[in-house]
Design a protein around this ligand. Structure first.
Ligand SMILES: Nc1ncnc2c1ncn2[C@@H]1O[C@H](COP(=O)(O)OP(=O)(O)OP(=O)(O)O)[C@@H](O)[C@H]1O
Length: 518
């Protein structure tokens, strides 16, 4: 017999058999349970007392579960809401999550899942799985040489909070790390706080280096599962043949080199958050497997017979326009729908120049602290104004690199314009593209050459590699061999850029930025 808990639940369903089934299941968990058969009945009960959570069917004789959700939201009530939807009605599930539901369950309800979701809503820790940190598969399992693989680590903690951000003293530390006073950043922080109250999947969109991973980490930290694991995975950096094993784990003997059981990212994130970075780079074959895992809330390791239940909150990120990827047939619409329940857009730095000063201050403080210096370096007015005219194709990450280099160049604690090392050419394209807005606009992409009747290549792959190699080399040259900026100008993250450069043997040589990010 389970010991009684202080939690009280209201179960709303018009089918007496199901109501009894849910009630018995929850009573066995030690909860205090009341039931209602209609919206009216439920509202009457809610008027009389508070509950820890409300579990409601979507279709009710006199209305729908969303009516109850709205009531809870509008009256600022404390109850967590869990909605039970018909199988296959993804729209309802999405609608419920957008209306503030903590989570949803699909009929026929799996009772193990039911107990897990209710437990998670009440902040009772999920059944712990032995958590191992997933690693790359043994080399024998791979035919092709593997590029830098999936990351499995917690979000890097950005260091200093600037003087400006310190003004927002009441912010939880994870939100304060997202420095910036612009309206856009405030909105991002407000959204993070809002979404952290539910299990709804979040899609973070933004250019490379805008802080998407920082946002994902904040969603995790601020949420009830903040003490659980945060597993960040770069979908674009894992070779296709390793994806399934990396995501779902594998059993000993599943393939050559699998000498022991290994858990995947899903199992490692159990009870916490799985951050899927560069989700737009996931191949179609893996997209369908991911969709299945999300729908079933269970994964089957490669070589295993049984599935294992997982309780994971998903946050994904991409610099791509995923809706356009869906249109182009490169991204599954149903998966897009599942991942994109709530969207947070992190604007590029050039669209929120108000953030430039506080972020620069935070970065300079961190540099000083790392160097053991008490007073942080400062930007001269001229240097700062120069920065405000730069477009920052690599966004905040590029700003960090640029300031790091500038501090080294300056030699004193005042950074002058010349120390920034931004040649006039870095502003040239912009001025040409729009003389009125040369301070904030990105360079115009070159128009593709007119179609000609050039001879067809005898070896398409080699030909395309040559074209790509040439483009990478030109982008690197244009961006002073800064891989982040060059990659961003081509719509690639630093990791993708590194991967492509390694594959094609493109070197950064002795460019001035050869010491950029480790
Ligand atoms: N608002 C911010 N305040 C302070 N630091 C920030 C902010 N936004 C981003 N950064 C810093 O900029 C760097 C890049 O951020 P992050 O890795 O989160 O970007 P990203 O959008 O995930 O990049 P990518 O798309 O390349 O993976 C990190 O060092 C991060 O700490």
């Amino acid at each position: 017999m389970t010991t009684a808990t202080p939690f009280s639940l209201l179960v709303v369903d018009d089918e007496p058999d199901l109501r009894t089934l849910y009630e018995l299941t929850l009573l066995r968990e030690g909860y205090d349970v009341e039931t209602a058969g209609s919206v009216e009945d439920a509202l009457a009960r809610l008027a009389g007392r508070r509950y820890s959570a409300v579990i409601t069917d979507m279709r009710l004789p006199d209305g729908c579960g969303l009516d109850l959700l709205r009531h809870i939201e509008q009256h600022g009530r404390p109850e967590k809401a869990i909605v039970i939807t018909a199988y296959g009605s993804a729209e309802n599930a999405v609608e419920a999550l957008k209306s503030g539901a903590y989570d949803y369950l699909t009929k026929p309800v799996d009772l193990r899942q039911f107990r897990a979701v209710v437990g998670s809503a009440l902040g009772r820790s999920a059944q712990p799985l032995p958590t191992v940190v997933p690693a790359q598969l043994p080399p024998a399992a791979v035919e092709a040489p593997a590029p830098a693989g999936g990351r499995s680590r917690t979000v890097p903690v950005a260091a200093a909070v600037s003087a400006a951000a310190a003004g927002e003293g009441a912010l939880p530390p994870a939100l304060a790390r997202l420095v910036g006073d612009s309206a856009a950043m405030r909105q991002v922080r407000a959204l993070i706080e809002k979404v952290s109250r539910s299990m709804a999947p979040v899609l973070v969109q933004g250019e490379s280096g805008t802080g998407k991973e920082l946002v994902a980490g904040a969603i995790h930290k601020v949420s009830a599962r903040g003490t659980g694991p945060f597993i960040a995975v770069n979908c674009g950096a894992i070779p296709e043949q390793l994806l399934e094993a990396e995501f779902f784990g594998y059993r000993k003997g599943a393939f050559t080199g699998a000498t022991e059981d290994r858990e995947g990212f899903f199992q490692a994130a159990h009870g916490g958050t799985l951050f899927l970075d560069e989700i737009g780079d996931l191949p179609l074959s893996m997209q369908s497997k991911l969709l299945r895992a999300i729908q079933e809330r269970a994964v089957r390791p490669v070589g295993a017979v049984n599935e294992a239940q997982v309780n994971v909150r998903l946050v994904s990120a991409t610099h791509k326009d995923l809706a356009a990827e869906v249109q182009a047939g490169r991204f599954r619409q149903d998966l897009f729908y599942r991942l994109n329940v709530i969207q947070i857009r992190v604007p590029p730095l050039r669209e929120r120049l108000d953030d430039l000063a506080p972020i620069s201050a935070a970065v300079l403080e961190r540099i000083a602290r790392d160097a053991g210096v008490s007073s942080p370096p400062r930007l001269s007015r001229d240097a700062f104004e120069h920065l405000t005219r730069y477009v920052f194709p690599g966004n905040v990450r590029e700003l960090e690199n640029l300031l790091q280099r500038a501090v080294a160049m300056a030699g004193t604690d005042v950074i002058e314009r010349a120390d920034l090392g931004l040649p006039d050419a870095a502003f040239g394209d912009t001025e040409l593209s729009d003389p009125d807005r040369h301070d904030v606009l990105a360079p115009m992409p070159e128009l593709p050459p007119a179609r000609t009747e050039a001879p067809l290549p005898a070896d398409l792959v080699a030909y395309l590699d040559d074209v790509e190699r040439d483009i990478l080399a030109r982008a690197l040259e244009r961006h002073r061999y800064n891989r982040t900026a060059a990659g961003a100008s081509l719509g690639l993250s630093l990791r993708q850029m590194r991967y492509r450069m390694a594959r094609l043997g493109v070197q950064v040589g002795d460019g001035p930025d050869r010491h950029e990010e480790a």
